[in-house]
Design a protein around this ligand. Structure first.
Ligand code: GLC
Length: 754
């Protein structure tokens, strides 16, 4: 009887706290009440029930029946959360068992990978990063939370915040790109969108900052592979997006598959305890990635399942995804004194705290008060806007925009690929709702003829070439939609050669021979190396995998209804051979430069051995990307003039104002993403040649001029050196304002000692 009294206390506490609670986490005396109630609950739990809470059980979203064994495990309190339960009747039934029959009536959390939309699919995250727009990130995740919470999802495994510098890596598709400043802005926005104004709202879902940490630094871009990340690089590049997500209140964190400097993330006490808990004061729950606990055996870090469980527990992992090292061994590990019950209590506290914050004790069941609303007009409209803002125009020799009456040959394997257009991590998106370019052209009554030319992106046959070429000859413009099927990027899908797969290049070259202008549109999960064909096409648009409304977005861009608005969130390589490449690289002692560089085929035969530029470049492709970080064209042009700094010297507690004049020198209104980069010229460790520190979207009418102003302070120059000193350092600084990382007006100033 006493227990029910406790539960009533809990429920009563939370019903009154719901109104008070405005943050994603309780604050002040609410937080204290939480802890009291959690401790009260903990005191009632047996060791087995505590261990049960640490168990995130994997299930199949395609399961047609609900196993009695799983229900019994829930009834016995052996399960804390469930992954991929996608039938609402199963969610309801399992939650009922937990809340009404389990020993302590603790509700389950239902989790799903809701990465870039649930039913209404938005562009892949790398695409949304190209929007350089926090609102795109926030709106997409808010809509994803609204849609997914309707079927019982209350925890998503997103945002993925892995800085990615290697387009061979399949998961660059899910990443926020190569820059920590842009990634931090997006990470914050995603968390705010998923978690809403308050985590205990029915449409809020717990965010999960993942994969902690350094997953994108995998050697060779090979997924799951080794990373070596010195502490200064960890703190200056990989950690900032996670800090931003935690500051935004991310309720959970997921450990990465990879090892960092020899220690797998899932068993890494320095990262999970010293950094995440002690330094960043994270008080949510940490969950392992799929089986990553027992993968420490394959890593060569654990001898067996039990040892893996011991290492994860002593590192501070709260919840184990899918593997069962905790379920099988935590009780013995505690009895043997290898893990303490106090540690287990801490895990359970973190888990229960998230459940309380989600309001699950008060309202454990799916809110069915509204009719299910997927694919609403508003959701689809936002998905289209996101696709437009994400699309990057890389080349345009005047062929774009196309006038409405133009006769078009629509060709290519991605022109009508409703499933692949959604991209990776689109499990719940339904291809029947995808608007492909073919469908958008048809609906808009465009004057076009469609021939796919290739049945899918990997098609190596040329059997349809003739038909495609004939169609091209009869048209005025060819719109070729190339790219990768969704399965060629995402988890476990790294590629060593990132050219267009199949016979796409051959077909493009064959079409080029017709003399018709070609607009190349790429739908892919990564930058695609197009060095072989760039001269055969007149325009290049990168759509990424643009999601449900990609076809309509592309239609509006092609016909100039709106201009493409994206800017590259990653450097675009000329060849895979130059990867990893990133704009914020170090200068080296022999920085490449155009004065020294001699292209390989220009080297005189028999040249004296040391006669060439002895600096850091490739003989064959030089030392620059094909397109730089931040690059993107529109349908007008801009000029930058008159950069000014408010002072030539500032001290540590002064701001510096940087101003530049931007003009729309074209014939139509346009949007520019004005970017500000700095360089700390000399440091106690070497500093990047450029670092993005500000950007602003500026819309200018044709002929309009505007002064764009940015404010910086010494806080913007803080970095961590190899002595783990985190500070700004006096010295010379350069600052640029411009359209991307490889261009801009430059000024310098001095930060003087205190
Ligand atoms: C996968 C991914 C992770 C995902 C998890 C659950 O292996 O690495 O990002 O959230 O398993 O599906």
């Amino acid at each position: 009887m006493k227990y029910y009294y406790t539960l009533i206390v809990i429920l009563c506490f939370f019903s009154c706290s719901k109104k008070e609670q405005t943050q994603n986490t309780a604050s002040g005396n609410n937080a204290q009440k939480y802890e009291e109630v959690i401790n009260e609950l903990l005191s009632k739990m047996t060791l087995e029930e505590k261990i049960g809470q640490t168990n995130l059980r994997g299930t199949s979203s395609r399961a047609k029946t609900l196993s009695d064994e799983l229900k019994q495990d829930v009834r016995d309190g052996k399960v804390g959360a469930l992954l991929n339960v996608m039938r609402t009747e199963f969610v309801d039934e399992l939650q009922k068992v937990a809340v009404e029959e389990s020993p302590n009536k603790i509700p389950l959390i239902f989790a799903r990978d809701v990465i870039h939309g649930f039913k209404t699919m938005f562009p892949i995250p790398l695409g949304m990063a190209a929007s350089w727009d926090a609102d795109v990130a926030k709106t997409s995740s808010r809509i994803a939370a609204i849609e997914s919470s309707q079927v019982g999802v209350r925890w998503t495994f997103a945002p993925m915040l892995d800085i990615a510098k290697d387009s061979r890596w399949g998961r660059i598709a899910e990443s926020p790109g190569e820059d920590p400043y842009l990634a931090s802005i997006l990470g914050k926005a995603y968390v705010e969108g998923f978690q809403g104004d308050s985590l205990n709202n029915a449409t809020s879902i717990a965010a999960c900052a993942k994969h902690y940490i350094g997953y994108g630094a995998a050697i060779g871009g090979r997924d799951y592979n080794t990373t070596v990340i010195p502490n200064s690089l960890l703190r200056n590049v990989y950690l900032p997006p996670f800090e931003a997500a935690l500051r935004a209140g991310s309720a959970t964190v997921m450990t990465a598959f990879n090892e960092i400097n020899g220690v797998p993330a899932t068993g890494n006490k320095y990262l999970l305890k010293d950094v995440l808990r002690d330094e960043l004061h994270f008080d949510g729950l940490v969950v392992s990635d799929w089986d990553s606990v027992i993968e420490m055996i394959a890593h060569g870090f654990a001898t067996d399942e039990k040892h893996a469980g011991e290492l994860a527990a002593n590192a501070g992992l709260d919840m184990e995804m899918t593997s069962k090292a905790y379920e099988h061994h935590l009780k013995n590990l505690i009895n043997e004194g290898k893990v303490s019950e106090a540690q287990l209590n801490e895990f359970v506290r973190n888990i229960l705290r998230v459940k309380f914050r989600l309001g699950l004790f008060e309202t454990p069941y799916i809110d069915k008060s509204n009719e299910v609303n997927f694919y609403t007009k508003e959701h689809l409209s936002e998905a289209k806007k996101a696709a437009i803002k994400s699309t990057v125009l890389l080349k345009n020799t005047k062929v774009l925009p196309i006038s409405k009456q133009t006769k078009i040959a629509l060709i290519g394997p991605m022109a009508h690929a409703p499933l692949d257009q959604m991209g990776t991590w689109a499990f719940d998106g339904e291809k029947e709702h995808t608007v492909t370019p073919f469908e958008a052209f048809k609906t808009a009554q465009v004057n076009f003829k469609y021939v796919s030319g290739l049945t899918h992106s990997r098609d190596q046959s040329n059997t349809q070439f003739k038909k495609a070429i004939t169609t091209a000859k009869e048209a005025e413009v060819v719109v070729f939609i190339a790219g990768e099927e969704a399965i060629l990027s995402g988890e476990a899908h790294s590629r060593s050669n990132i050219d267009l797969p199949g016979a796409q290049e051959d077909l493009i070259k064959a079409l080029a021979k017709t003399g018709k202008p070609i607009v190349l549109v790429i739908m892919a999960g990564r930058p695609i190396t197009i060095t072989n064909i760039i001269d055969d096409v007149d325009a290049v648009l990168m759509s990424w995998h643009p999601g449900t409304m990609g076809g309509e977005a592309l239609h509006d861009i092609l016909f100039g209804i709106i201009e493409p608005q994206g800017r590259l969130p990653v450097s675009w390589p000329k060849t895979a051979g130059q990867l990893p490449y990133f704009y914020n690289h170090k200068n080296t002692g022999r920085p490449a430069n155009k004065e020294d560089y001699v292209a390989m085929y220009d080297i005189p035969i028999g040249a004296w051995q040391s006669s060439l530029g002895n600096d850091s470049h490739y003989l064959d492709i030089g030392y620059t990307p094909h397109f730089p970080f931040g690059f993107g064209l529109g349908y007008t042009t801009f000029s930058y003039d008159a950069i000014k700094v408010s002072k030539d010297t500032i001290n540590f507690n002064e701001d510096i104002i940087v101003k530049a004049t931007v003009s729309n020198t074209g014939k139509r209104v346009g949007k520019e993403v004005v970017q500000l980069y700095i360089r700390d010229v000399v440091g106690s460790i070497t500093r990047p040649v450029k670092e993005l520190k500000r950007f602003e979207h500026v819309v200018l009418e044709a002929g309009e001029t505007k002064d764009v102003t940015f404010t910086l302070s010494s806080k913007d120059f803080i970095f961590t050196n190899n002595a783990s000193v985190r500070a700004a350092e006096a010295g010379d600084f350069d600052v640029w304002v411009g359209p991307h990382a490889a261009s801009g007006l430059k000024k310098s100033f001095y930060l003087q000692k205190k």
